[in-house]
Design a protein around this ligand. Structure first.
Ligand code: GCU
Length: 614
């Protein structure tokens, strides 16, 4: 009896519109043999969505023929151009991919709406091989087509998108992919209509075609069992005709591990192996093992760190040792070239600044960052808090909104589960307490635990205050492993840095306390006394007094002040101090370290001595 999905797929194929459900994400896709589609893509600005709807606002790709939209990439059939075709990708301008459109053309800086992208490529499909079209991220909603055929629609601006395009590749080898990218903000989206970062639109991360054998290793997890440094645990999954009952070999030569498992009828196999005398991963010693998985003709190689993370009372135990998280928050943006970070160069620069600050930890706010960022954190020895953009006033009552949030969380975990650096999955930021929100967030917490029992779960909670008495008793805190919250004493609360040390904290939960944000704006180079807002001296005094105030919290085990570097934010429009930038960076948008950078750097030197005897 064919499954519903198979029936829908067949129906779609018959009327020319394949309803190609997105295949589950290839684990470690960039490690495959890939054809990169990065580079120049032709684009068409389409604020009226003229390339998607007819003049009666009916979607072309839902019509009887499925044709008529820009995704046909139509060309005149004869030289005298008798047909009416009101677009031409090949004669249109180009955008660089990866890259948001806002930072590539001044007329697109504030653009919110649809832009169509088109890329032609040559790929002659080989028998016995499978081909997956893979986008690192498209913000925010994407409709994707190959050779005029719809692959699917995806929502969520920060997680990978992948389609099996094997049956749709042209036998001639000449192909084209068209993307309708739409960064319009919507109240029921995730994030919702209101955020404090720039709404960078477009194909913002790498695009490539990954090639595999017909039966291939689609997924795997290789980590230590929860809180057990002597046991390697995980699973491997095959996909394709011959997935059932197949041997899969796991080799970690330097750890003396060579083990073979056999897949079940669904192509899946789990393992649990003794692993003695491992060199555990840590920020001080970021050891990565060469891991090799093979099955039939397929081989996948990865570099994986092995470590444990747990809490005990108010301690965070990394490999069984109490650890203090010397962190900083950061957005996925290179302040020197504003726009979404484009690749390893931008990302390495950001993490190098964090290391210079004395960090062993970063908060990748407020959405899934580039997979490359997690790999760099593995290499450079930085612990990571990774997060989904369940941010501020989400549509808590909307089921589709929850499903969207859960899909983004699942993709975040699927992509990052083998990265030793990732120790915290965060389900959101500063969401206003309420019954519907608690239900929504609690469901996300439980989903995260079901997907990954080897990491801590948290969120940036809300607090409330009576004068100088601050209380943290957000009911969501009961579900989390860490008590994390944002507090802005001295910036949004109170008016002078010298008052900050009067605040005291009553925290309901006996868990490690991580301050997920504090900070204040400073315009680099603006100098005045410590009571003058926007000056570097005000920010410096704010940090000095914040650190004094926070040190009085008994369970304090880390922090990620807001934020490493100034970043573009549409809400920040003061013509002198902001100019469309949030200036809470410890580093300015031109790369200058402000005075507060050195306050935090000295504090982290002290904490490193206290916890690591450095
Ligand atoms: C909030 C929020 C950040 C924002 C910051 C600010 O806590 O989490 O995304 O940028 O405060 O107001 O600068």
């Amino acid at each position: 009896m064919p499954t519903l999905a198979a029936v829908l797929l067949l129906a779609g194929l018959l009327i020319g519109r394949p309803l190609r459900a997105q295949t589950s994400l290839l684990q470690n896709a960039p490690a495959r043999q890939v054809l990169s589609l990065n580079g120049s893509w032709n684009y068409i600005i389409d604020p009226y969505e003229n390339g998607f709807y007819d003049y009666r606002r009916q979607a072309f790709d839902q019509s009887a023929t499925g044709r008529g939209g820009y995704y046909d990439n139509q060309k005149p059939s004869s030289r005298q151009e008798t047909e009416l075709i009101e677009y031409d990708f090949d004669k249109s301008a180009t955008l660089q991919v990866p890259g948001d459109w806002n930072s590539q053309d001044p007329k697109l800086l504030y653009y919110e709406g649809t832009i169509w992208y088109k890329k032609s490529f040559t790929l002659a499909p080989q028998a016995g091989r499978r081909y997956f079209l893979y986008f690192g991220a498209i913000n925010y909603e994407a409709h994707i087509y190959l050779n005029g055929r719809k692959l699917g629609r995806h929502q969520g601006g920060f997680t990978p998108i992948q389609y099996d395009i094997t049956p749709l590749l042209s036998p001639t080898g000449e192909n084209f992919v068209v993307v309708k990218a739409d960064n319009t903000r919507r109240p029921d989206a995730v994030p919702t209509i209101n955020t404090d970062w720039w709404n960078y639109g477009g194909i913002t991360r790498d695009v490539f075609i990954a090639e595999t054998p017909a039966t291939f290793i689609s997924d795997y997890k290789v980590q230590l069992a929860p809180n057990d440094p002597n046991t390697l645990a995980g699973y491997v999954r095959l996909e394709g005709e011959g997935k059932a009952g197949q041997p899969v070999a796991l080799t970690i030569a330097e750890a003396g591990i060579k083990h073979t498992v056999k897949t079940d009828a669904q192509g899946r196999a789990t393992f649990r192996l003794p692993a003695r005398k491992l060199r555990l991963w840590s920020p001080q010693s970021p050891t990565l093992y060469a891991v090799r998985l093979s099955s039939g003709s397929d081989v996948v190689q990865d570099r994986i760190g092995l470590r444990t993370i747990a809490t005990r009372g108010q301690d965070i135990l990394l490999n069984g040792r109490s650890t203090y998280l010397r962190g900083i928050s950061l957005h996925d943006e290179n302040p020197l070239i504003p726009g979404r970070a484009r690749g390893a160069g931008d990302l390495r620069m950001l993490l190098t600044w964090a290391k210079e600050l004395g960090c062993n930890y970063v908060r990748l706010a407020h959405y899934p960052h580039n997979e490359t960022m997690l790999r760099l954190a593995d290499e450079m020895g930085l612990l990571v808090w990774a997060e989904v953009p369940v941010y501020w006033t989400i549509a808590w009552e909307n089921l589709a909104t929850y499903q969207n949030a859960e899909a983004q969380l699942s993709d975040l975990i699927a992509t990052g589960k083998n990265r030793a650096s990732v120790v915290v999955w965060s389900v959101g930021n500063e969401t206003p307490p309420g019954e519907a929100r608690l239900k929504f967030m609690t469901s996300l917490v439980r989903k995260a635990r079901a997907l990954d029992d080897t990491r801590l779960i948290s969120a940036a909670l809300e607090l409330h205050r009576d004068g100088y008495q601050v209380t943290v008793d957000d009911p969501l805190g009961a579900e989390l492993d860490l008590t994390s919250f944002n507090e802005y004493m001295g910036w949004y609360v109170g008016g002078k840095p010298s008052e900050i040390t009067q605040y005291t904290f009553a925290i309901k939960y006996n868990k490690p306390v991580i301050i997920s944000e504090f900070g204040g704006d400073a315009l680099a180079g603006y100098h005045a006394d410590a009571d003058t807002r926007w000056s570097e001296e005000y920010q410096e005094a704010l940090y000095q007094n914040q650190l004094k105030m926070l040190s009085a919290i008994a369970g304090l085990r880390g922090m990620t002040p807001w934020i490493l570097a100034d970043f573009r934010a549409t809400r920040r429009q003061h013509p002198v101090y902001q100019n469309g930038f949030n200036r809470k960076g410890l580093i300015s948008s031109s790369g200058v370290k402000k005075k507060a950078f050195f306050v935090l750097q000295e504090y982290y030197r002290q904490m490193a001595r206290q916890y690591e005897g450095k």
